[in-house]
Design a protein around this ligand. Structure first.
Ligand code: FEO
Length: 402
């Protein structure tokens, strides 16, 4: 994509990566991604905010052809999808001053091998004057690394937020349009990248509460011309109160656990609880993560394999433990043949989750009538716990097991 103007004198010069299908060798990218870089021109000076993934450097190079001078290169975040092309920019524009937060200095040296003397650290609240345009730096730590900051273009009220408010989506459309008030992609991105830092994101949201923001320009995905929807979504996603929903990552080898999940899903739905079952043999882990953003309860369902839980289900537990969702309750349903330590292993794999465990339901072989009755009691207990913490009954979001 050629440079595109988001405002007079402010250009998007980054790259759309339509073909990328995996991030961090883990996260599915069904819609590709983008590495947004912004050129901001003042009357006297020019700044470049963030760069691009090195694999897409040719796009940045082409978009900066004809630019004879960049005074400031601002690194909001040192992860290589944004910082990886900094060495080229330093070489191409030898007079450019590289600006980054204090914690970013050593990280840029560690990740890119940059000499520390090439990096000028800026303080929280410090600004640079481009001539009629002011770029102010706002430390926004842990969105999602310790050094992350946002850059605010004061006169035009644009927040360049890097990963924060971003979405893994490649698009020829520069702006989020009115039909996508809160993009699914933004929720997926929050779930996979930001959720472990929910508490500190609450503080960062508070920090920018009084900032007048006309536009949010993240470094992945499209630009928000009306930022209220994404700000509201972030407040909801980071809020301590979960939704009246249950996430069930499940695996079944011979159909027994599947029968239990089917019964549990129906029993919860009949009690007004939204259910999001994910068959971990085929599930998109991004969708599982999105379900965990809101869920009040996590129920793991799996058969016993070699004494322990099925590895695919255990993988879901490990992921949930890493993402630290705001779930309040947890339980386990599943099966065994002759012996097992599935319950202990699953429980032990989620130390980060501050949950109350509800009685598990473990069937020997094919579930019998008594097991199904126990599942109904588990559903009843979940609904009662949700009611106890004030979650509303009913939710239109429930979907069938997949
Ligand atoms: Fe988009 Fe944390 O890098």
């Amino acid at each position: 994509m050629k440079p595109r103007e988001i405002l007079p004198g402010v250009l998007a010069v980054g790259a759309q990566d339509f073909d990328r299908r995996l991030f961090d060798a883990l996260i599915p990218l069904p819609d590709g991604t983008s590495y947004n870089s912004y050129l901001v021109r003042g009357r006297a000076r020019t700044a470049l905010i963030d760069t691009v993934e090195p694999a897409m450097l040719h796009v940045l190079k082409a978009n900066l052809e004809g630019v004879d001078r960049i005074d400031y290169l601002i690194s909001n975040h040192t992860e290589q999808d944004h910082s990886g092309s900094i060495p080229w920019v330093l070489e191409r524009f030898p007079g450019v001053e590289l600006l980054a937060s204090e914690p970013a200095k050593t990280m840029l040296a560690d990740h890119l091998g940059l000499p520390p003397e090439r990096i000028r650290t800026v303080a929280d609240g410090e600004a640079v004057d481009l001539g009629g345009r002011t770029l102010r730096f706002i430390y926004t730590p842990w969105v999602h690394w310790p050094e992350t900051m946002s850059t605010y273009l004061e006169e035009d009220r644009v927040l360049f937020s890097c990963d924060w408010f971003g979405a893994h989506v490649a698009s020829t459309e520069l702006f989020v349009d009115g039909t996508h008030c809160v993009e699914d992609e933004a929720k997926r991105y929050y779930a996979e990248i930001m959720m472990p830092f929910r508490k500190i994101i609450q503080k960062n949201l508070e920090k920018i509460r009084d900032l007048e923001i006309r536009m949010i320009a993240p470094s992945h995905g499209q630009i928000y011309r009306d930022p209220q929807a994404i700000l509201c979504a972030y407040r909801d996603w980071t809020d301590d109160k979960p939704h009246n929903s249950v996430v069930i990552p499940w695996v079944s080898m011979h159909g027994s656990t599947a029968l239990m999940v089917e019964r549990l899903t129906a029993a919860l739905a009949a009690r007004g609880v939204a259910v999001f079952p994910f068959n971990m043999s085929v599930a998109d882990i991004g969708q599982l993560a999105m379900g965990l953003v809101d869920a009040a309860t996590l129920i793991v369902a799996c058969p016993t394999v070699h004494v322990g839980p099925h590895p695919a289900a255990l993988g879901a537990v490990v992921l949930a433990n890493a993402l630290r969702p705001k779930v309040r309750f947890a339980s386990i349903v599943g099966t065994y043949g002759w012996a097992g330590k599935m319950v202990e292993t699953v429980k032990g794999a989620m130390p980060n989750l501050k949950v109350e465990f509800l009685n598990p339901v473990i069937a020997k072989g094919m579930p019998k009538a008594a097991d199904f009755e126990a599942i109904d009691r588990l559903a009843e207990a979940v609904a009662a716990k949700h009611a106890e913490i004030g979650l509303p009954e009913g939710c239109p979001l429930s979907r069938s097991a997949g």
